[in-house]
Design a protein around this ligand. Structure first.
Ligand code: AMP
Length: 410
């Protein structure tokens, strides 16, 4: 029987999971899925490494008490039935949104770490409580499992202070009012892939465009974050599916004076803005591109305009640009958005080959063109699994060699 690593990504109403088998120096994805509808009507879905359905079932009607612990319990029972004789879980790796300044690398979770992570909740009240609920669910059911937290903020702790602060009184920086940056696990994966695919380029000045339902850009030098568009929260920077992106704080003051309360403003900024807010119809780029409504075209135009503007800004922060990488749902799958962004960057010398872009080739700029342009699928779960395995090996005193990550597409 082989060891297995479970990766959990807990959201407010869902628990996403991946299960990796460990063999020699390799981590192999064996299943991936999610339990959606937590607190209402939970639904379980799982697929194998080829994307074939392994499970697709409603877990009952109205179940308000079905939270993260219950979801992990269901996952454990299912995994035992599905893989019982083949794999035995040894550890759980968690996507943890915020590590503050204390957690800059993957961390073994014990009671002390758990309480330090709870103290970071005020910085991310909408996300960290759910991440921690999943940790506690595992402790309840399987206290024997090793648990490891991997942080979305950690990759950005290499940013210089000038890119980390706001123009606010200095004491606020010390209180945590700073530009933390997010999507760090995705950027770490891309930095690793780029080192493998194009080592000389990865050593240079690179901007990675993580364009998914959440969207941000990261400027990297030698594979390390030097600046990013997201700031204190996951609202800043680029407009997203339903989030506003960069906003003059004067708007918040205006709304407060108009009698809006915090919950209503939060709902506006997180759930009713971005592509959905501007188009008035959808947060999905596919739907907007297929629509002939002027508001859909305006939303896409705004999205592309802001990406182009922010790439210009980060290029200045880097002192030039050697490569641009597209990743995440939109970046990996939409040739139209890639083409429109690159057209807006023609002044920078960015050119792409339309055929390579249409096929989603790894390199979509012509050979010899600089800056080069790349499409690299991201895999945050693989990064978490790899870190978790490294912690397990360190605890067991085993060899610390690098683990090979096997993606679905490998
Ligand atoms: P992610 O958060 O990385 O899973 O990305 C989800 C988003 O990717 C969705 O909201 C879609 O807007 C977008 N997406 C997925 N496939 C495509 C596609 N073929 N073309 C454009 N956008 C896509």
């Amino acid at each position: 029987m082989s060891d297995a690593i479970i990766v959990l990504n807990a959201g407010s109403f869902s628990l996403k999971f991946s299960i990796y088998g460990v063999a020699n120096r390799e981590l192999n994805l064996v299943a991936r899925g999610q339990i959606e509808g937590l607190g209402t009507s939970p639904h379980f879905k799982a697929k194998d490494q080829q994307g074939r359905s392994l499970a697709h079932a409603s877990l009952g009607g109205s179940m308000p008490g079905f939270g993260h612990p219950e979801a992990f319990a269901h996952l454990s029972v299912w995994a035992r039935q599905q893989f019982g004789g083949k794999f035995s879980p040894v550890a759980v790796g968690h996507r943890m949104v915020h590590g503050g300044t204390e957690f800059t690398s993957p961390t073994l979770i014990d009671a002390e770490v758990l309480s330090r992570l709870e103290r970071l909740i005020p910085l991310v009240p909408l996300h960290q409580p759910h991440n921690l609920a999943a940790v506690k669910g595992v402790i309840q059911l399987r206290p024997d499992l090793i648990q490891v937290a991997c942080f979305d903020t950690a990759f950005h702790r290499t940013k210089p202070k000038v890119a980390d602060r706001f123009g606010l009184p200095d004491e606020m920086f010390g209180q945590g009012v700073r530009r933390w940056g997010f999507h760090g696990l995705s950027y770490e994966f891309i930095a690793g892939q780029l080192r493998r695919i194009a080592p000389d380029i990865s050593a240079g000045r690179v901007i990675v465009a993580h364009l998914g339902s959440g969207a941000s850009l990261c400027a990297m030098k030698d594979g390390q974050s030097v600046d990013t568009t997201m700031g204190f929260s996951a609202l800043d920077g680029l407009p997203m599916g339903t989030r506003c992106g960069n906003l003059d704080p004067g708007v918040i003051l205006f709304l407060l004076r108009q009698g809006w309360n915090v919950d209503r403003i939060e709902d506006l900024l997180y759930k009713k803005s971005g592509l959905l807010g501007i188009s008035g119809m959808s947060n999905d780029v596919r739907v907007l591109l297929a629509s002939d409504r002027p508001a859909a075209a305006e939303a896409i135009e705004f999205f592309v305009h802001r990406i182009v503007r922010e790439i210009g800004s980060l290029t200045a922060a880097l002192g030039g640009l050697d490569a641009l990488v597209f990743t995440a749902g939109i970046g990996e799958n939409s040739p139209v958005i890639r083409q429109r962004v690159c057209k807006g960057l023609a002044w920078l010398g960015v050119h792409i080959d339309p055929d390579a872009n249409g096929h989603g080739s790894t390199r979509i700029s012509p050979a010899g063109q600089s800056p080069s342009v790349w499409v690299i699928p991201t895999d945050e779960e693989a990064v978490i699994a790899s870190h978790t395995l490294a912690v397990v090996r360190a605890l067991k005193g085993g060899p610390q060699e690098e683990t090979r990550l096997c993606r679905l597409t490998d």
